[in-house]
Design a protein around this ligand. Structure first.
Ligand code: AMP
Length: 281
């Protein structure tokens, strides 16, 4: 497994692979890898000759009072997992190699980037989109793999690929969960054992909405209310949002019969968790 630390090194390694007619699959991550990340890598391995995983805790997607400094960094353990998963190239740049201090060009994600997580994290999607654009330019992958776990990110990146004509095919992989339903996340390791139990309320609330939808409920407000009611069983939970929206525009829907994204975000203690459910048309 090749480990590249600078954009120049990475760019030339990928150029050589492309010249050898290899298809490249990119899996962007912030490290602290778990089985959710590995499911993206497995999808990439199934479809591409070469799998490139980037590990980069992107400072520009964290707000001033967020967990950039505390974000788990487990590079050695990550490399072991990547090696066993059959990854060919790891890109692990230093922060100031990817975000040079004199950078003035950013990807503006517009209104779309101010919805869902973008409402409470105003600079988040600009930071995400800019770094993903830089990764696309450095690696020039044929395909890139993202998780449905970050549903708003998927909408923003799909739009960026379309709006800026990136010649990259995006693949979105389903949410990978713990046996009890908790969506896997690098941030789950912040949770105390008691908070880990309480965190189950996110997937439980979504399951309530899913079962109502399966019984024929298509009124978005009824589905939202059922989730909010489930959340009242944990008076300590601090809610960010419960949203029933169109998965591409992230705009609220009144009726879900043509499909919908139901997304939730809440703090359990000081940890902000997200989860979501896609309702089919
Ligand atoms: P992160 O390291 O948290 O930035 O995540 C890197 C990629 O893995 C993103 O595309 C995430 O959406 C995806 N991902 C994170 N957690 C999961 C999960 N539980 N299931 C599927 N994909 C995930």
């Amino acid at each position: 497994m090749l480990i590249c630390k600078t954009p120049a090194e990475m760019h030339s390694a990928c150029k050589n692979l492309r010249n050898a007619n290899k298809t490249l699959g990119l899996v962007p991550t912030m490290g602290a890898l778990h089985d959710g990340h590995l499911s993206l890598i497995a999808a990439a391995r199934a479809e591409c000759d070469v799998v490139v995983v980037s590990i980069f805790v992107n400072p520009t997607q964290f707000g001033p009072n967020e967990d950039y400094a505390a974000y788990p960094r487990t590079f050695a353990a990550d490399c072991e997992k990547l090696e066993s998963a059959g990854v060919h190239v790891v890109f692990a740049p230093l922060a100031d190699e990817m975000v040079t201090p004199d950078t003035t060009t950013f990807v503006d994600t517009g209104e779309l980037g101010s919805r869902l997580d973008g409402a409470s994290r105003p600079i988040h999607f600009r930071g995400v989109a800019t770094i993903v654009a830089r990764l696309f330019n450095i690696v020039q992958p044929d395909r890139a793999y993202f998780g449905q776990k970050d549903a708003a990110q998927v909408a923003v990146l799909r739009r960026m690929v379309r709006d800026l004509n990136f010649p990259v095919q995006l693949t979105v992989c389903p949410i990978y969960r713990e046996a009890d339903g908790l969506a896997m996340s690098s941030r789950n390791r912040y949770l105390s054992p008691e908070e880990r139990q309480r965190a189950l309320i996110l997937s439980k609330a979504l399951a309530v909405a899913q079962s109502l939808a399966q019984q024929g409920e298509s009124n978005a407000e009824a589905l939202r209310s059922a989730i909010l009611e489930t959340f009242t069983t944990d008076p300590q939970l601090r809610l960010d949002y419960v949203a029933v929206v169109h998965p591409d525009t992230l705009l609220p829907l009144a009726d879900t019969s043509h499909g919908a994204l139901i997304a939730v975000a809440a703090w359990i203690g000081t940890t902000r968790l997200i989860d979501n459910l896609l309702l089919p048309a």
